[in-house]
Design a protein around this ligand. Structure first.
Ligand SMILES: NC(=O)c1ccc[n+]([C@@H]2O[C@H](COP(=O)([O-])OP(=O)(O)OC[C@H]3O[C@@H](n4cnc5c(N)ncnc54)[C@H](OP(=O)(O)O)[C@@H]3O)[C@@H](O)[C@H]2O)c1
Length: 237
């Protein structure tokens, strides 16, 4: 059985991806800060998924002790097949222009979107190397486009993309992707567009097949945009 660690699995894209991997018989570990909603998600998925195995560990990815708990949960002799750094924060909503962005607000966004994923990768490298595993760092078009108000989030995702590319060069036996799922109708997206009707955005479930395709086939490390990828085509999944 293949094993995956998906941060931020209680809702949105992380939950949709977890559901899809369980359908394919994976052993999945998820986290999230709100223990009650994480447990509710885990109970719901476990009740409807006969194939895979799901473990939920509540905590904050910025907390080193929690990251050690995650590492201990997936550090097995065969190694870790897949790490998805999905948990993320937008920062303050409404989104402030850089003129109004305080250093503490900027630091807080980088802690979740850049520092924590990099630290988690570092702790899991031995297990990932054993399995010749795959790392997926969830990024955004805000990493490369200059959207007004997206300074903290965009800069943190751009930094995560640099980490991804450099890690791929340093660890050629691993596959390291920066994956932009495209717009999705989630809590984070609503916070980015407060008061706006976002019903026309694709659901997170609609974004999942592109990532399954990426994981399941033998594309090399790189930056990938979900909407550009074709439908699932066999392979590992
Ligand atoms: N939605 C979009 O349009 C869009 C577009 C491009 C990229 N993305 C990226 O896609 C990823 C998923 O976003 P989403 O839209 O699905 O967001 P979401 O619906 O807000 O879900 C975020 C998930 O991450 C968890 N989380 C947040 N901060 C955490 C922390 N510090 N420690 C542990 N878990 C944490 C949340 O649970 P708790 O709140 O309980 O911790 C939740 O399970 C993010 O990396 C985001 O930047 C989203």
């Amino acid at each position: 059985m293949s094993t995956a660690l998906i941060t931020g699995g209680s809702r949105g894209f992380g939950r949709a991806l977890t559901s899809a991997l369980l359908d394919r018989g994976w052993d999945v570990v998820i986290d999230g800060r709100d223990a009650a909603s994480l447990q509710e998600t885990a109970d719901g998925l476990t009740a409807t998924k006969p194939s895979g195995r799901l473990r939920a560990i509540a905590g904050d990815v910025t907390d080193a002790a929690h990251r050690r708990q995650l590492r201990d949960a997936v550090d097995q002799p065969d190694g870790l097949d897949l790490l998805v750094n999905n948990a993320g924060t937008l920062g303050p909503s409404p989104l402030p222009r850089i003129a109004d962005l305080g250093p503490q607000q900027l630091r807080a966004v980088f802690e979740v979107n850049t520092v924590a994923p990099t630290a988690l990768i570092r702790g899991l490298l031995p297990a990932l190397r054993r399995a010749r595993g795959t790392i997926v760092n969830i990024t955004s078009d805000a990493a490369i486009e200059a959207y007004v108000g997206w300074g903290a989030y965009g800069a943190s995702k751009a930094a995560l993309e640099r980490v991804s590319a450099i890690l791929a060069a340093e660890e050629p036996e691993l596959t390291v992707h920066a994956f932009d799922p495209g717009d999705m109708r989630t809590d984070m997206h609503q916070a980015a567009f407060p008061g706006e009707d976002i019903a026309d955005r694709p659901t997170p479930e609609e974004a999942v097949p592109a990532l399954l395709d990426l994981i399941g086939t033998t594309r090399g490390s790189g930056r990938h945009r979900g909407p550009d990828l074709v439908a699932p085509a066999g392979g590992l999944l």
